[in-house]
Design a protein around this ligand. Structure first.
Ligand code: CA
Length: 480
């Protein structure tokens, strides 16, 4: 008997040692949380002490960008590690769940996998041992969740409930496996419905207006003028939720609308931040902190009155940029800011690599593990490719594609056949389109060449230029 135990111990030991070494992964993603509404990213308008802990105790990426700045497409990029034109989700259409995903790879490698909260990919989550998701966009108050057991209505506030269900997943997980949990908040997505506690904290705060609040789009293409996402003109009564005070001038009405928008948006974020704190406290209490990778990110950025806008979609900085904070005390140094260009298409291969797996061959992103370990590979990208398709819904943002380098951004509005070029060093707010200026002629030529090189590299053959998928995860047909 003793020898049998000895043999079994010998046989099992390497496997168990491997399981114990592999990091747990807690991937926290919110919806539409702009980096400039996070303390660690230098927010001028709010504080996020719990999210900031991840920056203090881990690494903050200061140049993390999305490849298609809208909810469903970005989520598909993140779960597949592939660009929209390859994963088949350029607009609000269903993800074909048969394709390989990060969750499937981690599950096959022995991870206990789960997703809680906003999924919004139209098909049933695959590769997860447990899932508890919102149908479509979900509701802020007393939401319904879908799980393999069916629909269940909960009482309470969505952000708190998503953290409750995430904590339940962690508490009941099998202890002999590493875990991978995607905790996906619905907040702070439109129409920004805070809980009572945080609403009250924000109702009388005067939020500073952004520098580009009165942008008139003077030098840009028709796309910026055509978009219907302006603070003064396009916020609806359901967005602002109460009638404006009578007799306001146009200027004051715009200011009032901005305050109403910001109060609710920032109050929604305050609840997310509190609930990030609850998850971090749990990891501390259970002594899981050292070998658990914790990520905080968003599916894209957002306009917070910048350029007189709310919403996202455009390749301009505020919605192209997304927060990405990562803490992993066992491997990643604390308090480091990394300015390497990281993309949402990199998240899946990075996490596979961190879990000790070879990133899947069909993934197009690059593993950022070397960056996390303090290295800077000489061949790390210095330019990125972007493409947006979802037109005309829901805000008439023209389709476009483009390239961003460390200093410049070139955007091509392909249906309009119009170009924009910005020098981010001299014009960080992108107020001056210099595409027609002779001084930039050589630069324009170089950037066009780089754009077409990247387009080819990521295998964008205009697959969806004239044939967008027609199904819509929110129910209505997409008009292409
Ligand atoms: Ca979103």
């Amino acid at each position: 008997m003793r020898s049998l135990v000895a043999v079994l111990t010998l046989w099992c030991a390497p496997v168990l040692a491997l399981a114990a070494d592999r990091p747990n992964i807690l991937f926290i993603m919110s919806d539409d949380h702009a980096a400039h509404a996070i303390g660690a990213y230098g927010s001028r308008i709010n504080q996020t002490p719990h999210i900031d802990r991840l920056a203090k105790e881990g690494m903050r990426f200061s140049n993390c960008f999305v490849t298609n700045s809208i909810c469903t497409p970005s989520r598909a990029v993140i779960i597949t590690g592939k660009y929209s034109h390859i994963n088949g989700v350029p607009v609000f259409n269903h993800l074909d769940g048969r394709q390989p995903t990060l969750a499937k790879h981690l599950h096959a490698a022995g991870y206990h996998t789960g997703i809680v909260g906003k999924w919004h990919l139209g098909s049933e989550p695959m590769g997860f041992d447990e899932w508890n998701i919102l149908p479509g966009q979900g509701a802020y108050h007393d939401p319904v969740f879908l799980s393999p057991a069916g629909r269940k209505k909960y009482t309470g506030y969505c952000t708190d409930l998503i953290a409750d269900l995430s904590l339940a997943f962690l508490e009941h997980r099998p202890r002999d496996k590493p875990f991978f949990l995607m905790c996906h908040h619905k907040a702070p997505h439109r129409n920004w419905q805070p809980d009572e506690k945080h609403r009250k904290q924000w109702e009388n705060v005067n939020v500073p207006e952004p520098e580009t609040f009165n942008d008139d789009y003077a030098t840009r293409t028709d796309a910026a003028r055509e978009a219907t996402m302006r603070i003064d003109r396009d916020l609806t009564p359901s967005d602002v939720k109460e009638p404006p005070p009578p007799g306001l001038s146009e200027v004051d009405l715009k200011r009032w609308k901005y305050q109403r928008y910001m109060h609710d948006y920032l109050a929604c974020i305050a609840a997310v931040d509190d609930n990030v704190g609850r998850l971090l406290d749990y990891l501390d209490k259970e002594r899981l902190t050292a070998n658990t990778i914790v990520i905080y990110t968003s599916d894209q950025g957002f306009y917070l009155g910048d350029h007189n806008w709310f919403d996202k979609r455009f390749m301009y900085e505020e919605s192209l940029r997304t927060p990405f904070l990562i803490r992993w005390p066992a491997r990643v140094a604390a308090g480091v800011v990394n300015d390497a260009m990281l993309l949402n298409v990199d998240f899946a291969p990075t996490l596979m690599d961190a879990a000790g797996l070879k990133p899947a061959a069909d993934m197009q992103g690059h593993s950022a593990l070397p960056l996390l370990l303090g290295e800077r590979p000489a061949d790390w990208r210095t330019s990125m490719y972007y493409r947006y398709y979802h037109y005309p819904m829901h805000h008439k943002v023209q389709p476009h594609y483009g390239v961003r380098t460390q200093r410049y951004k070139l955007i091509y509005f392909n249906k309009l056949d119009q170009w924009e070029l910005f020098d981010l060093q001299t014009d960080p707010h992108e107020l001056k389109n210099v595409v027609a200026e002779p001084a930039y002629a050589d630069r324009l030529k170089e950037l066009k060449a780089e754009l077409y090189r990247l387009k080819k590299e990521v295998r964008d053959d205009d697959q969806f230029e004239n044939a967008l998928p027609k199904d819509d995860v929110d129910g209505a047909l997409i008009k292409s």
